[in-house]
Design a protein around this ligand. Structure first.
Ligand code: GLR
Ligand code: MG
Length: 425
């Protein structure tokens, strides 16, 4: 087969309406940023992908894109080499967000490579008429389970965002969280339930988990305070929740703190904060800090790199789950193909999808039902861009003033003294 060479790349930043979801550092802003990556080839096939849309990410994507002209989309090793070279040492090692670990040059390279790898795989699949899951080794499962991502939240943003509030209402305690879970389960059929914690005093969040246990017996439960607890607090919570949790996600910050907690509880600890790159794995393994790693192809280097991660986790007896941030359908498609191709990814993946009211892909392919998404059958990712929606969301990006996610600043609108400093409890 002849090469499929890249002739041009378009990176379109978009802003999507995002509800006021609370987390350990603050609150979601009214818009979340993503970028849509389109890779044109000399055969007329275009591969699509989705990445973060904050200014540093955009800077990197646009800096690297010209270096990929002429690349064969099947040559992913060369893609990684060119990305590494094009980023040079000019990469600012800033964190992607304070909720997914610290930044480093290696992580910036991995995230940039991931943003181009997915469209290359999409183009490969379109060229040979096979879905991406087949390029990754085939289906270990045809339906990928997702978890309900429960958030404490306000009914509306403190400053009018210029669009109507959604109808989920406020959730600021066990009752509101159970109600939210009921709606998510009824509508999407989720089995696993994950509570984003680190927002209210830990006793109240523990009460919410116990209320979920009573309301949804048999449903696997998780809580994720994003490192907003001290070790003693985490151990107090763990004591109350022993036997109740599927896993406890990032109760405290850092590998040392996580391993201290792990030594004193039987609840498996999971992370998307202290292990977010290969460099961090050896120490975490040695100190037995975590039992489950939450993968995320957006920052682990792409779909193939996440398969490597799965193999390494398997070697060391670690489980694998999947993290998400606010995302659109191209990411959901990529996550679903990947999760379908990784036999060891046995936990339901996270997704923010139910919180998004706007979409960039044509409807009908990616539905969450029975708590799972069926792997798209079409070639490549199996989803296509709704051009009108892309135009609208790009216009929204141009109008909104947000250029970098800042949950701390969003919280300062209601609490001028807010620092988002952790651990709070
Ligand atoms: O599992 C996690 O830590 C996340 O999903 C991080 C996200 O940024 C989440 O906290 C959010 O959307 O606020
Ligand atoms: Mg997490």
């Amino acid at each position: 087969m002849t090469a499929l060479r890249i002739t041009g790349i378009r990176v379109t930043p978009v802003a999507v309406q995002d509800p006021p979801l609370l987390n350990s550092v603050g609150v979601h802003e009214p818009f979340a940023l993503r970028s849509i990556v389109e890779v044109d080839t000399d055969s007329g096939i275009t591969g699509i992908g989705e990445a973060y849309g904050d200014a540093p990410t955009l800077e990197r994507l646009t800096a690297v894109a010209p270096a990929l002209t002429g690349l064969d989309v099947f040559d992913l090793n060369e893609l990684n080499r060119r990305v590494t070279e094009a980023l040079g040492c000019a990469v600012r090692p800033d964190a992607l967000t304070p909720l997914i670990g610290s930044g480093s040059r290696a992580k910036a390279v991995a995230a940039t490579a991931a943003a181009f790898e997915v469209p290359c795989l999409d183009a490969q699949g379109k060229a040979i008429g096979r879905p991406v899951v087949d390029l990754l080794g085939g289906r270990a499962r045809d339906r990928v389970p997702y978890s309900a991502y429960l958030f404490h939240r306000w009914a509306k943003h403190p400053i009018d965002p210029g669009y109507p509030e959604d109808d989920w209402g406020e959730a600021l305690g066990p009752e509101g969280i159970v109600e939210q879970a009921r709606r998510m389960v009824a509508r999407y059929g989720f089995t696993s339930l994950k509570l984003k914690g680190g927002v209210l005093p830990p006793d109240q969040e523990t009460d919410a988990i116990l209320a979920l246990r009573d309301a949804f017996p048999g449903h696997p439960l998780r809580i994720d305070p994003n490192a907003n607890w001290t070790v003693p607090t985490a151990l107090k919570v763990a004591e109350r929740l022993t036997g109740t949790l599927e896993y406890l996600e990032d109760p405290v910050g850092g590998i040392a703190g996580m391993s201290e907690v792990a030594r004193s509880t039987d609840i498996p600890l999971a992370t998307n904060m202290c292990v977010t790159s290969m460099e961090e794995l050896p120490e975490a393994v040695e100190r037995q800090a975590v039992k489950i790693v939450l993968s995320d192809h957006h920052f682990w280097g792409g779909l193939r790199a996440t398969q490597h991660l799965a193999a390494v986790c398997g070697t060391f007896g670690l489980g694998l789950s999947m993290h998400s941030n606010t995302h659109l359908g191209i990411s959901l498609a990529a996550m679903t193909h990947l999760a379908a191709a990784v036999p060891g990814l046995t936990y339901a993946c996270d997704t923010h999808s139910p919180w998004q009211r706007e979409e960039v892909v044509e409807p009908g392919v990616l539905e969450i039902s029975g708590g799972a998404v069926t792997v798209p059958r079409g070639p490549g990712l199996g989803v296509s861009i709704d051009r009108d929606a892309l135009g609208r969301l790009h216009e929204q990006y141009l109008r909104c003033e947000i250029r970098r996610r800042d949950d701390i600043a969003a919280m300062r609108v209601v609490d001028p003294d807010w620092t988002g400093g952790r651990p709070r409890w």
